[in-house]
Design a protein around this ligand. Structure first.
Ligand code: NAD
Ligand code: IPM
Ligand code: MN
Length: 350
């Protein structure tokens, strides 16, 4: 018994639906492998905020640091139009726990799920590393004369050598560890000539330490195009916070949709956080419609990161088997509900 403590934050909307299925799968893993997983639910959500006025308690991030990993369903609710609770709980966790690596593998499980003509799993199999602690997400800026025709709105983008270097290094380290030979950095250094010149310099310097890996560069607009025209040319992509956000929704579409995409928010060696790429999809919430695969695959990333590689592989295999058997939700062509799709994955675990 290794006794790993996992915090669960189901959050809002379909975050709750998909977290329930993830818990089923983790409990089945526990029965089969006896990994010693201890799951503890935290109520932080829009409901909790609207009832108590508290997004998360003053020691919230310290609480999270006591766990081996954190799993989040999704945050976002139309009753909180300024998204305050999601900023504190989701972005706050990324920043306060310094989870600088947003790890988003894009893997097509079955050719029939890909919206591109004739593409197979061999064509869509790459990993995006999104910088996760700076860029345009630092929320530095302000509004002057707000609400008037003279309004000035400033939103600063922060790029630091340390921040860029550690994500670029992580991406190269991942490529080498996995025997991957190609890494592509995407920026907008033709227009953003200060901040993204730093990305250029760091990428060039780090790539010199990895002569075994072919390092290429695309401007982000061209990358978006190539992701559609020729996704097979990519093994690893590294980019900044905002561009990584955008291209991973595109990547999710290549996998069959937002319901399929998994992610980890990592600080290697420390408590990390795992979540599906999708949001709370309020219109689908509580209706037994949402696809739980992105969430369940995120739990597999979590177990893999915690060293439970057999357990993680068992989940990935079960998800693949359920997809091949078309025992899945409607968004990817099945006819099951969220709960039945979760049950199918549990069944394939056996
Ligand atoms: P969304 O990902 O919630 O949904 C967009 C669309 O994608 C949905 O309408 C649905 O058609 C489809 N979709 C998403 N997940 C699905 C699933 N599991 N199964 C089937 N279909 C699925 O994005 P949005 O509509 O832009 O945002 C809704 C709310 O979620 C907002 O408040 C937003 O800020 C928040 N959000 C949160 C996270 C997060 O918690 N990590 C991520 C993205 C968006
Ligand atoms: C994601 C989401 C978040 C982000 C939102 C909810 C702030 O879109 O995890 O991709 O932009 O990072
Ligand atoms: Mn996003």
């Amino acid at each position: 018994m290794r006794g790993l403590k996992i915090a669960l934050i189901p959050g809002d909307g379909i975050g709750r639906d998909v977290t329930a299925e993830t818990v089923k799968v983790l409990k089945a893993i526990e029965r089969r492998f006896g990994a010693g997983l201890q799951l503890e639910s935290l109520p932080w959500s829009a409901d909790h905020y609207l009832q108590t006025g508290v997004t998360l308690p003053p020691d919230g991030y310290d609480q999270l640091r006591q766990f081996d990993a954190v799993f989040i369903g999704a945050l976002g609710d139309p009753r909180v139009p300024d998204n305050r609770h999601a900023r504190d709980i989701l972005l706050g966790t990324r920043f306060e726990l310094d989870l600088y690596v947003n790890y988003r593998p894009i893997r097509l499980l079955d050719g029939r799920l890909c919206p591109l003509k004739g593409r197979t799993p061999a064509d869509v199999n790459f990993t995006v590393f999104r910088e996760n602690t700076e860029g345009l997400y630092v929320n530095i800026g302000g509004r002057f004369k707000a609400g008037t025709e003279d309004e000035v709105a400033i939103q600063e983008e922060v790029n630091t050598w340390k921040g860029v270097h550690r994500i670029v290094r992580h991406a190269f380290g991942f490529a080498r560890a996995r025997g991957l030979k190609r890494i592509c950095m995407a920026d907008k250094s033709n227009a953003m000539t200060s901040g993204h010149a730093l990305w250029q310099r760091v990428f060039r310097d780090v790539s010199a330490e990895y002569p075994d890996i072919a390092a290429t560069h695309y401007y982000i607009d061209a990358l978006a195009m190539y992701l559609v025209l020729d996704p097979g040319q990519f093994d690893v992509i590294v980019t900044n916070n905002l561009f990584g956000d955008i291209i991973t929704d595109l990547g999710a579409a290549l996998q069959g949709g937002l319901g399929m995409a998994a992610s980890g928010n990592l600080h290697p060696g420390r408590t990390s956080m795992f979540e599906p790429v999708h949001g709370s999809a309020p219109k689908l919430a509580g209706r037994n419609i949402a696809n739980p695969i992105g969430a369940i695959a995120s739990a597999a990333l979590m177990l893999d990161t915690l060293g439970l590689t057999d357990e993680a592989a068992a989940i990935d295999d079960a998800v693949l088997a359920a997809v091949r058997a078309n025992e899945v939700t409607q968004d990817i062509g099945g006819n099951l509900g969220t709960r039945e799709a979760g049950d199918a994955i549990v069944k394939w675990l056996k």
